[in-house]
Design a protein around this ligand. Structure first.
Ligand code: C5P
Length: 232
């Protein structure tokens, strides 16, 4: 089975405008999304968003905003002058903050999808010594945040592919799931703990899979992406 390119978000995790732009040039034959996180946005500035947009990529701006409702709303209004297609906030910021974020982006020329971060996998791994299974309290926390995010006007959440089914059963099939922790079969897991292959993530019903180092760290990133899209 093939992986639809429009479901793949390549994480451009580098602080350098030049190396991120080089990667864009290598990958531009495929209709994948790219993710600009804090490292790249702080290192390269808004220019990387414009570069990616101008080269035909859809952009996920992964800044995980979390502050008082007014600050998050106003920041999103400012950011929304840039051409990105998805942005995220922390569900832990609460309902009022998420509502203000949803209102703020509505007024932009091309409203991006608004995604909430539920439980950071890094903290939950440390705190709950989690390996393969989702312990009850973590699952509850993810689900509570997902429900709150939906009620506050978010379009979806960041989650593990292993949580997609339960999130959709509570929040509905059209509530989006954006899932990191993806590794092609036999690839190095690096620091990712609960991984699935791209094919497994697709079968679990994920809407977007975030993949970084298996592509960006490969000798030939274009070839690595093409192998993933072929379902290998
Ligand atoms: O290189 P790798 O495929 O592990 O990259 C995954 C990307 O997804 C990174 O940019 C990482 O910051 C992000 N991410 C994650 N786990 C989360 C949230 C975001 O790996 N829970």
């Amino acid at each position: 089975m093939k992986i639809p390119p429009e479901k793949v978000i390549v994480a451009l995790d580098t602080p350098s405008l030049q190396s991120a732009t080089d990667l864009l040039d290598e990958l531009k034959d495929h209709r994948v999304w790219v993710k600009v996180g804090m490292e790249l946005f702080y290192g390269a500035g808004p220019e990387i968003i414009l570069n990616a947009h101008n080269k035909g990529f859809k952009v996920f701006l992964d800044l995980k905003l979390h502050d008082i409702p007014n600050t998050v709303g106003q920041s999103l209004k400012t950011l929304s002058k840039l051409p990105f297609d998805m942005v995220n906030i922390h569900a832990a910021g609460g309902k009022e903050m998420m509502k203000r974020a949803a209102e703020a982006i509505k007024s932009s020329y091309h409203p991006p999808l608004l995604i909430a971060v539920t439980q950071l996998t890094s903290t939950s791994t440390e705190q709950m010594n989690l390996e393969q299974k989702i312990p009850g309290d973590l699952a509850l926390s993810v689900l509570n945040y997902a429900k709150l995010a939906k009620e506050s006007g978010c379009d979806g959440v960041v989650s593990s592919p292993l949580e997609v089914k339960i999130i959709k059963s509570i929040c509905g099939d059209d509530f989006l799931t954006v899932t990191p922790g993806i590794r092609p079969k036999d690839a190095n897991h690096q620091d990712q703990k609960r991984v699935t292959t791209p094919l497994e993530a697709l079968e679990l019903g994920t809407d977007f899979m975030v993949i970084g180092r298996p592509i960006t760290g490969a000798k030939d990133p274009k070839k690595a992406l093409e192998e993933i899209l072929r379902g290998q």
